[in-house]
Design a binder for this molecule. Structure first.
Ligand code: PLP
Length: 463
């Protein structure tokens, strides 16, 4: 009887031996020990299941460690042409904001007045930057995000009373989150008025009563109602609210502080405040172009009521967001506004250059017209004229899963790569990513062909 073959699983390197490898020890400088041990176990398990040979364990482990950072979030090139892309982290920060984040990451004087050595007002710098950028506001408060700002405003100004909102403005902001649910979850009652398409001033007026705590105007930031419509903005609602000594909350969503000629229909904080809104709410990471934050601008009295409410502490902004908001406002134009204001002729020249470089390298690529979008929280349906490089649609999944992930748009059989949101300094990386994807596609196709030939051969032999 032949001797039983040795169980190959016995040749799988032991954990201690793997942990002692130079390459593994170097990687543990950047990763915690339990993470490294977890990765070691995962690779050993692959060998136990027979997915890799015991001799491949070392290399597989080193490859895993090389591609693994302490955070699993990876930088992505946004070639969709959608500026505020919620799935891609909304606003990319300006260099000034990135530096401010890093500086604030350690100990920082967020609540200390270094000149006097006494406690300082948290976020004083960010507040001052907001007031400088929007002089129509008497005071400002920064909280965790726009949703938190709306909840806080309703709680602080209306409490358990009613907030009057038009039925045309009860919106879902994404991922199943609905503003009416947010308002009522905090204990404030919602008083809906009007209809989906038409709400008149008289609808608000008739709803005002003993229970009314505030009137709220919400920007329909991600859709448009067109046709037979009527709605009341802050300019119409403020006189009515004030006549009844009620505060007016205006949730603008998008984050424009001043009117922007590129988006003539987009509401902005200065205009809403000048129209008489007591509190204006915007997001930090939409058109403002900063970090996730809820920006509250308003009268001194209204903002003070929000700041004093116990929930303010539960939704306060962290030091990183405060640093980045201030730097976004005080530094040069952030990437979001650069992308919004991008000159179509410049975009076309860049796109043609990239397409030509790819074509020279043997990748079929052409320049096609492609409209960009503002994206989440602003300019719903407003087309931004632009261009895209059109490459083989089969490249799309490979681009997404490459070393430098690139997300484009698949249309018909093509993958469209829009440069609006790709900074010029990343153009080289984009080109390299396409070349790499193309090489993988070629290898995959060649591999498939080889396998097919092999199968054909096997089939022949069987016959
Ligand atoms: C996006 C949005 C919000 C929520 O803001 P977040 O910062 O995402 O929490 C609230 N209201 C409107 C109108 C919005 O567009």
């Amino acid at each position: 009887m032949p001797a039983p073959a040795e169980d190959p699983r016995r040749r799988i390197p032991r954990t201690d031996a793997l942990l002692a490898l130079d390459g593994v020890r170097a990687a543990t400088a950047a990763l915690s020990e339990h993470v490294v041990r977890g990765l070691v176990r995962a690779v050993q398990d692959r060998a136990r299941r027979g997915e890799i040979a015991p001799e491949q364990v070392e290399d597989a482990l080193l490859a895993t460690l090389a591609s693994r950072g302490a955070s699993s979030l990876r930088p992505v090139l946004n070639a969709t042409g959608v500026i505020v892309h919620t799935n891609l982290g909304r606003a990319p920060l300006s260099d000034a904001a990135r530096r401010a984040l890093v500086d604030a990451a350690g100990y920082t004087d967020v609540e200390l007045d270094l000149a006097t050595g006494t406690r300082g007002r948290r976020g004083a710098g960010a507040r001052a930057a907001l007031l400088a950028a929007c002089p129509a506001a008497e005071d400002a408060l920064i909280v965790n995000n726009g949703a938190a700002a709306l909840m806080l405003a309703c709680l602080a100004l209306a409490g358990e009373g009613e907030v009057i909102v038009s039925r045309g403005e009860l919106i879902e902001i994404g991922a199943g989150f609905r503003l009416p649910d947010l308002i009522t979850a905090a204990g404030t009652r919602l008083r809906e008025v009007g209809t989906t398409n038409r709400t008149h001033l008289a609808d608000y007026e008739q709803a005002i009563g003993e229970e009314t705590g505030a009137i709220c105007s919400i920007h329909t930031s991600n859709y448009r109602v067109i046709g037979f419509t009527a709605s009341q903005g802050p300019a119409q609602l403020a006189p009515l609210a004030h006549e009844h000594s009620l505060p007016l909350i205006a949730d603008l969503g998008s984050g424009l502080l001043r009117p922007d000629p590129a988006l003539p229909d987009e509401p902005d904080a200065a205009t809403a405040l000048e129209a008489g809104a007591d509190v204006v709410i915007t997001s930090g990471d939409k058109l403002l172009g900063g970090p996730q934050a809820g920006i509250v601008l308003g009268t001194a009295e209204a903002v003070a009521r929000l700041a004093r409410h116990p929930i303010a502490r539960a939704v306060r902004a962290d030091k990183l967001a405060l640093a980045a908001v201030e730097a976004t406002l005080s530094g040069p134009e952030p990437p979001v506004l650069q992308a919004l204001h991008a000159d179509p002729a410049m975009l076309r020249a860049r796109t043609e250059r990239v397409a030509a470089t790819l074509a020279d390298a043997g990748v079929p690529a052409e320049t096609v017209e492609h409209e960009g979008r503002v994206g989440g929280g602003g300019g719903a349906e407003v087309p931004l004229p632009g261009w895209a490089v059109r490459v083989d649609g089969a490249l799309a999944p490979l681009l997404r899963t490459g070393d430098v992930p690139v997300v484009g748009t698949v249309r018909d059989d093509g993958c469209l790569l829009d440069l609006r949101c790709v900074p010029e300094r990343d153009e080289e990386r984009l080109i390299e990513a396409v070349l790499e994807a193309r090489a993988r596609l070629g290898a995959g196709a060649a591999g498939a062909e080889r396998r097919e030939n092999e199968n054909a051969q096997v089939a022949q032999e069987e016959h």
